[in-house]
Design a protein around this ligand. Structure first.
Ligand code: FAD
Length: 389
């Protein structure tokens, strides 16, 4: 049926699903998003949005909405967890924005989701179904037929934006997500009076590191502590205590910061190798469904946004056909693969014990701010092959 060629179905309304829907709508497609959760909510935590992803969001005219609550930090300050000494400073702010032609933002996840969701709701071309996991999908001839508990529909292409535990990844023969042996502990605390922090602080320690930055227009401070931890129990709701052992013996400034939080959510980190197929026939995966990565280069969400841009561009130029999905996969894998591996490498580098950590710190100091900033060009300098105008 001709109509199917202009209709796209998306499973999942996270960063990947919402951004893909917005881009496809700009290209004139009609989009239905099927989200498993009955209501969209984001656990309290922040996310860093680097210039490579900012360019895509800018093409969707979201800059003003994002800047209403996002903070543009001036630098990353890398510190020793043992004595709080500064190891290195990596410029962000105006310097990075001038270099990349796009800003580096830190934002509360709920604020980012609200911006994307409000754009989705404002689009006549997008229908969002909540509480609607796809129960069955079948490819036949020129379309995919889908069934949820309440809706039966068809589309030219089905996009799996259903996250790290993706059911569609398994449907196309992909691997299960595997635990990485590290856990992220996340919390938000009110900003300290008059502190108005404008940097991303990063403390490195043996088998642990801590990232801290302002969100919600500076009213809240986001703290993420990553520790070695074999647990696979994902507890994102209940109040959880941060383990003490990884932070024993670390500097007072860091322990005072961690003590400010009354509760934490725990995220055992899982990865999905980007090597397995991301597409099969009329189904394609984007974001964590395709290649969930460790958060050490703060790029999982950014890669999801880049995926959205490349998949939408391929569908716009080749139509909702398997060939367009193959083009998407061919363009994206060489881009995502090194970023995914760099995140895994940094997972080791950040948590080095002495004396290796001393050599790491000396190397970072020797590089200095300008070269540390330039080293991020391959990631932050990315540009989509096309963006809607
Ligand atoms: C501690 C930590 C810090 C991070 N920091 C950063 C950072 O600073 N910068 C960055 O870019 N990235 C960061 N990331 C990574 C980033 O959070 C993820 O890569 C990103 O959120 C993935 O988005 P997604 O839309 O692919 O998946 P998700 O956000 O997981 O969304 C998937 C959606 O699909 C829905 N769903 C699941 N199954 C089904 C189904 N069967 N049918 C329908 N819907 C379904 C889910 O309910 C969910 O809404 C971090 C990750 C962690 C863990």
């Amino acid at each position: 049926m001709k109509d199917d060629a202009r209709r796209i179905a998306i499973a999942g309304a996270g960063i990947a699903g919402l951004t893909t829907a917005l881009l496809l709508a700009r290209y004139g497609f009609s989009v239905e998003i099927f989200e498993k959760a009955p209501a969209l909510s984001e656990v309290g935590a922040g996310i860093q949005i680097s210039p490579n992803a900012a360019r895509v969001l800018s093409a969707l005219d979201l800059d003003t909405a994002l800047d209403a609550t996002a903070v543009r930090p001036r630098e990353v300050t890398m510190r020793s967890g043992r004595d709080n000494g500064v190891i290195a400073r990596v410029p962000l702010g105006d310097r990075l924005a001038a270099r990349q032609g796009a800003p580096y933002r830190v934002i509360h996840r709920a604020d980012l989701q609200a911006v994307l969701l409000s754009a989705v709701r404002a689009s006549d071309a997008i229908t969002l179904h909540l509480g609607a996991p796809i129960l069955e999908s079948r490819t036949s001839g020129e379309h995919v037929a889908l069934r949820t508990a309440r809706v039966t529909t068809r589309a030219g292409v089905l996009i799996g934006a259903d996250g790290v535990w993706s059911a569609l990844r398994r449907q196309i023969g992909g691997p299960a997500a595997s635990p990485t042996g590290q856990t992220a502990w996340r919390t938000l605390v009110p900003a300290e009076d008059g502190s108005a922090a404008t940097q991303v602080d990063l403390w490195l320690a043996r088998d642990a590191h801590v990232v801290c930055y302002p969100v919600s227009a500076g009213r809240l401070t986001n703290i993420v502590a990553v520790t070695a931890d074999r647990s696979t129990d994902i507890d994102t709701e209940a109040a959880t205590a941060l383990p003490e052992a990884p932070f024993r013996g670390l500097c007072g400034e860091l322990r005072t910061l961690l003590a400010r939080a009354e509760s934490w959510t725990r995220w055992p980190l899982c990865g999905v190798s980007p090597d397995a197929p991301w597409t099969k026939g009329r189904i394609a995966l984007v974001g964590d469904a395709a290649h969930a990565m460790l958060p050490f280069v703060a790029q999982g969400g950014a890669m999801a946004i880049e995926d959205a841009a490349e998949l939408a561009a391929a569908l716009a130029s080749e139509g909702a056909e398997p060939a367009a999905l193959a083009t998407y996969e061919r363009r994206r894998k060489p881009r995502v693969d090194p970023v995914w591996r760099e995140a895994r490498r940094l997972a080791w580098v950040y948590h080095l014990p002495r004396p290796a950590s001393l050599a790491r710190d000396a190397a970072l100091r020797a590089l200095g701010p300008d070269r540390l900033m330039a080293r991020m060009d391959p990631i932050y300098g990315w540009r989509a092959s096309a963006l809607p105008t």
